[in-house]
Design a protein around this ligand. Sequence first.
Ligand code: SDX
Length: 428
Amino acid sequence: MSEVAKIVLGDKTIELPVITGTENEKAIDISKLRDLTGYITMDRGYKNTGACESAITFLDGELGVLHYRGYSIESLAEHAGFLEVCFLLVFGELPTKAQLQKFEDDIRLYTLVNEEMKDIIDGFPASAHPMGVLSALTSALTAFNPKPVDVKSENDMYHAVCKTIGKFVVLCSWVYRTKVGFPLNYYDNSKGYVENFLRLMFAIPTQEYKINPVVVDALDKLLILHADHEQNCSTSTVRIVGSSHAGLFASISAGVSALWGPLHGGANQEVIEMLEAIRADGGDVDKYVLKAKDKDDPFRLMGFGHRVYKNFDPRAKIIKKAADEVLAALGVNDPILEIAKKLEKVALEDEYFKSRNLYPNVDFYSGIIYRALGIPTEMFTVMFALGRLPGWIAQWKEMRQGNEPIGRPRQIYVGKTDRAYIPLDKRK
Ligand code: SDX
């Protein structure tokens, strides 16, 4: 017999079905609640509310487990490449060699961005934050690709995926290049995706650009680690914007804006700024741990805590290990890595953090590697967006092809009740 939940409201008892996922997660299906009782539920920040059933990413916050389509993040970070993981997330299976080669070639069909996009970029002041420019450019792609994606056509959907992945990486680099006043580079279809990103970002016409395989490997791994994370703030944004049947570029653009926030993807930039402030202040981590615990102090330990992980974020573990390896391989000695480790140690031994299950999250160490790779701090969240792109696409595709209804939450009204209009000359 299938499990049910019983709700008693006054003298009325109703039964609601329970949904059980493949990892044995349980949800009470309340889709009939209002019809049956006139009641809705309230759950600020959706801490206890499932928005959908999804087959893309599973995470267990208590155990610190993260799987993409059933494969552990550890195995994918160790053995896979970023485009391989993009294919897995979007189409559900690891690609064969031939499928991966075709995917990479088909992405190359779309790596030329319309030249008129440069007029849009030129309209931004150099002081504009890269995430704001990236969101605008991503939305502007609709102007040059106005035909909506036919989600019922696998071929049309496939090419929309390749086009988005092909163009987004170029736009991410152009955001940086215009900011620093460098000429815009073009994708080189004879080279790999991650190598291209580095060339797009850093190659200058006056000298040969040498690719460092350590940097390519580190970046490939970081992009994989950021590729999806079930219904986080920006992914939920992509899904709800797409649920109105707004286009894929418009939905991704909304996701970029949501990711920008310092409580979400913007935290990776905030972490480095926090560590640099601690270093400038003499490296006294105890003082900053005290500030983070002080309810009267708005300061938070950026890169710490997570809505779902109440244990170590598995990505943070991998990134922390990679930070040591990459900095050693590049011969970089960054004092803020030691400050980060000291801060982590002090915090993890402190009752305030232990009692609230606050651990380092994906953003705590990632900026240290980006910095060692020569990525400027203001571009860190753009790096997060580049990594998260396949997740956003996969989730948008699953939502649209699953014919999900338009997202439209309810509310409990707490404003003024009905009252008569007062003519202007009668108001005091
Ligand atoms: C990402 O959801 C995802 O999957 C996101 C992400 C992804 O891959 O998409 O993993 C990426 O966004 C990671 C998170 C990056 N953000 C930060 O590092 C910012 C710092 N962290 C916090 O702001 C906070 O931990 C959040 C936003 C991440 C989570 O906030 P919640 O779940 O709403 O938790 P909360 O704010 O209710 O905190 C619970 C308690 C509170 O104390 P009490 O009221 O119980 O006394 O913990 C405290 C908070 O004050 N707390 C912190 C803290 N985070 C939570 N105190 C100090 N420093 C912190 N960082």
